[in-house]
Design a protein around this ligand. Structure first.
Ligand SMILES: C[S@@+](CC[C@H](N)C(=O)[O-])C[C@H]1O[C@@H](n2cnc3c(N)ncnc32)[C@H](O)[C@@H]1O
Length: 500
């Protein structure tokens, strides 16, 4: 950031900037966007959310044959950066006229969650009136800017936006995704899948959208896993897809896993149900240390082993012994009191600390009862950067929200080794990624329903002999407590014959 912007950030409380979505574009990204929008020598350029005026300052250095028009609704920032001396209005862009058309538009629109948008219903109606697109009520503030700007872009004009891309991965973005696919836009979306893109340490996804209103429609996706890769124009993956192909992509940010959907697959919910782990609502109280157990005389009946963090277990096989070995290093005991008399001093202490008044505890019938959880046969870590990890669970411990428990339905228990082996393969990983959500900073997350609807091999098509080989590989890995590379390769060769 430049010195002026640093001074502004220092001066204002973070709350003010957060409320207005004031996160500033780094110079190298502003230069990339500016280079692209001036490429067709525009006569007019709009910035609907000027802020520190980075875009017009950057454009001014490389191109000055155009009229630059801007909007900024916050008086503080408007005065701080003396925006009044330029052709910039102190006004709300979203309620300004929709009539003007621009040759180029460049923006880092404010991103605020839907709960913070005042007059949401009116804005939705306004967008609908002009574009026939009804934005979902859950839409982020930036999408209103995006839609209005796409509308105000002249034919042949260019638009560059940087904003979160979650809407490309969830149902709230369906209407706008449809709009992008079936109007004449040539689009490239640069997914920035690395940390600390904006100076504030906000966790958000970020992508640069470069869009030209043209006569063809197709989409190029690119993804970068480091700032360096972006700066040297070296995407880790890139792909141009037709609109029909993009339509079959449930989550656009997963474009790199776009594969022909294999044959002989069924959804996971055919065989199992994924369930969330325990949300205690107050880990300070429920996760126990030896000292609390001793001081409050908490009896053995009230204590259970529990997996609380997904980074503890590297082995794909979990037994009570593995957990006990880990317990020395990590807090793994959880209060499981069904009877207040047994741990009454500790529970009374919890009340004295107000732990019974937390959101989740206050909403339970009995605030300290976590409910009954049966151990699942398989555990799945719900966030990851790399491989989605599955653990074959032979322990009787409880699990918290960093894992989902997979409960294999009775008739399919006979195939559990086959299902678990399939989960180790690249095919399973690719199919799962199609359903996963990108939550920013290169992390992906899977909700229980993402797994339930993801695709898995149809075990009924497997020949007896292949099942036998797969089960032998499982048994060998189980003995050794891990799958070797050769074993995974062998599994992939077997499954591939059925999938492709
Ligand atoms: C994310 S900042 C971008 C600032 C700068 N253009 C950049 O790229 O670093 C968005 C700016 O839009 C302003 N803003 C928020 N709502 C607005 C609205 N309805 N109309 C115009 N500007 C708005 C905020 O005050 C903020 O300065």
């Amino acid at each position: 950031m430049d010195n002026n912007t640093d001074a502004y950030v220092e001066m204002l409380p973070c709350g003010h900037r957060e409320a207005l979505g004031q996160y500033f574009t780094p110079t190298y990204i502003a230069e990339f966007m500016a280079d692209w929008v001036v490429g067709k020598r525009p006569k007019t350029i709009l910035d609907p959310a000027v802020g520190n005026n980075i875009f017009f300052r950057t454009i001014g250095k490389i191109y000055n044959e155009c009229n630059m028009i801007g909007y900024e609704s916050d008086e503080h920032i408007f005065r701080f950066f003396s925006l009044g001396q330029f052709n910039i209005f102190l006004a709300d862009f979203l309620t300004s006229s929709w009539d003007n058309q621009y040759d180029a538009i460049i923006a880092n629109p404010p991103f605020s969650k839907f709960q913070k948008i005042k007059d949401r219903a009116e804005l939705i109606d306004l967008c609908f009136k002009h574009t026939n697109i009804r934005l979902a009520g859950l839409s982020n503030y930036c999408l209103y800017f995006f839609l209005k700007c796409l509308y105000q872009l002249k034919d042949g004009g260019r638009l560059a936006f940087i904003m979160p891309y979650d809407f490309l991965d969830g149902p709230q973005g369906n209407t706008i995704k449809h709009f992008l696919l079936y109007h004449n836009f040539e689009i490239s979306i640069h997914f920035l899948k690395y940390e600390n893109i904006f100076s504030d340490d906000i966790i958000t996804t970020a992508a640069i959208f470069l869009i030209e209103k043209s006569t063809s429609h197709r989409i190029t996706f690119l993804e970068y896993y480091s700032e360096r890769d972006f700066r040297i124009n070296h995407p880790t993956n890139s792909r141009t897809l037709s609109c029909i192909e993009v339509e079959s992509l449930d989550k656009w940010s997963n474009f790199s896993f776009f594969t022909k959907i294999p044959q002989n697959v069924v959804p996971y919910h055919t065989y199992l149900t994924a369930k969330r782990g325990i949300a205690t609502g107050c880990n300070e109280f429920f996760l126990l240390c030896d000292e609390a157990i001793k001081n409050y005389h908490i009896p053995y009946e009230c204590i259970k082993y529990c997996i609380s963090s997904s980074s503890f277990y590297k082995t794909p096989f979990l037994t009570n012994e593995t957990i006990i070995a880990q317990e020395k290093k990590n807090k793994l005991l959880i209060l499981n009191a069904q009877n207040s008399n047994l741990a009454k001093d500790y529970i009374a202490w919890g009340v004295s600390q107000g732990y019974n008044q937390r959101y989740l505890t206050a909403n339970r019938k009995i605030w300290y009862e976590l409910g009954v959880q049966t151990p699942p046969q398989i555990l799945m870590a719900c966030t990851t950067r790399n491989k989605i990890n599955f653990i074959f669970n032979e322990s009787d411990c409880l699990y918290m929200t960093s894992y989902h428990g997979l409960y294999v339905k009775k008739p399919w228990l006979q195939y559990i080794k086959v299902l678990f082996c399939f989960m180790q393969t690249c095919f399973a990983q690719n199919l799962l990624r199609l359903q996963s959500r990108d939550i920013g900073h290169g992390l992906i997350k899977m909700q229980p329903n993402d797994l339930n609807s993801a695709l898995v091999i149809n075990v009924e098509v497997l020949e007896r002999n292949d099942i036998k080989i797969i089960e032998e590989i499982f048994d060998e890995a189980h003995n050794n407590k891990f799958f070797s590379e050769q074993e995974i390769l062998k599994l992939e060769m077997i499954f591939k014959m059925y999938l492709y």
